[in-house]
Design a binder for this molecule. Structure first.
Ligand code: AOF
Ligand code: ZN
Length: 335
């Protein structure tokens, strides 16, 4: 049986839900009889049915038509079925109850509540399990989820908009638009892909941002976090308009990052001014740096993003890719 082809299909099925399943991993599941697909399912929305449950439920409607008994079926799932009760019940239990006797798995679930225990439970119940089919693709697809479970903290992206001469804004000014409307639309999509948008008090006061993701597709909105010890915040500002924000009055970044350890959050986008961005960079908490660079200069009245020329390279980043967005350039640096 060509499980690689079917696993790739399960992976692309899952991919459709990357903006709504987060911070959970995306997972796809296909149930087959011989080489015929009986049903498919995905984890579509955070807090809702897991992929296996959707696929099993659909297969149940076809019993007596496409197949006689679940024992004839093989379940192909991109991630190890869970064996714990979270917001939903254990998938292993549903698989065992269904009567399915063969399970093919992409990658092991790195979540310590599951890792290996799902497979163990299936095997103990007489189910034949094959693992590691396209596991690298599954890990790549769920990069933030695997990162969090490997390093114990979310994957952190810092995003800045810079003039060609490396400046953030004009000294003493309020908001300065550096990049084009198209680049700012790209930032909305970047926000949509993250679990948390983190900013600082100066950005909220000077730029008056909403800091939500304004996109024309369905998403699980990132949570907004304001890192500030300011006591004179204006709660009528756009940032505070929708309720899902949190203010963290903590200067020690290691304590800030540590707060996410036992939460669902797997990715953070830091959008802030030079001071906070440099703190994250200097404390080595940035895994990816995205620079939207315009062709215009801010000149001698502009505030530098970094202390020295090429500070990005000096901090150990290497350029991974560049994209043109109209006249702007989007540069992605990774460690
Ligand atoms: C699966 N199938 O489709 C997914 C799994 O809070 P819950 O109940 O939604 O559980 C979330 C955890 O379950 C998540 O952290 C990951 O370990 C696993 N995700 N497992 O069997 C799925 N999305
Ligand atoms: Zn599950």
């Amino acid at each position: 049986m060509n499980y690689v082809k079917l696993m790739k299909r399960a992976i692309s099925l899952a991919n459709q839900y990357k903006y709504t399943a987060k911070p959970n991993p995306v997972v796809g599941c296909i149930i087959i009889k011989d080489d015929k697909i009986i049903s498919e399912g995905a984890h579509e929305k955070f807090g809702c049915n897991h992929a296996e449950i959707n696929a099993i439920n659909l297969a149940k409607t076809k019993i007596g038509k496409s197949f006689k008994s679940f024992e004839e079926l093989t379940l192909i799932c991109s991630l190890e079925p869970c064996n714990h009760s979270g917001k939903t019940g254990p998938c292993t239990e549903a698989i065992i109850k269904s009567g399915i006797k063969n399970v093919v798995i992409g990658a092991l679930d790195p979540n310590p509540l599951v890792s290996g225990k799902g497979i163990e439970c299936l095997k103990k119940n007489g189910i034949c399990v094959k693992t590691n089919v396209c596991s690298e693709l599954v890990k790549e697809q769920n990069k933030f989820f695997f990162f969090k479970n490997t390093y114990g903290r979310p994957f952190i992206t810092a995003k800045i908009a810079s003039s060609i001469d490396g400046k953030s804004h004009i000294v003493g000014s309020k908001q300065t638009w550096i990049t084009s409307k198209k680049s700012r639309e790209d930032v909305q999509k970047l926000r949509a892909s993250k679990d948390v948008i983190l900013t600082g008090g100066n950005t909220v006061v000077n730029d008056n941002p909403m800091m939500n993701a304004r996109v024309d597709f369905l998403i699980n909105q990132p949570k907004k976090i304001l890192l500030s010890t300011k006591t004179n915040l204006n709660f009528d500002a756009p940032f505070f308009k929708d309720a899902d924000y949190e203010i963290i009055k903590e200067r020690d970044l290691s304590k800030v990052v540590d707060r996410f350890k036992n939460t669902d959050v797997t990715s953070i986008l830091v959008e802030a001014g030079p001071k906070l961005i440099n703190s994250f960079l200097n404390e080595d908490y940035v895994d990816e740096l995205i620079i939207y660079e315009s062709t215009s200069k801010l000149g001698p009245n502009g505030v530098n993003w970094f202390k020295e020329d090429n500070a990005v390279e000096n901090l150990g980043f290497k350029l991974e890719s560049t994209y043109k967005i109209e006249s702007d350039t989007k540069k992605i640096f990774i460690k």
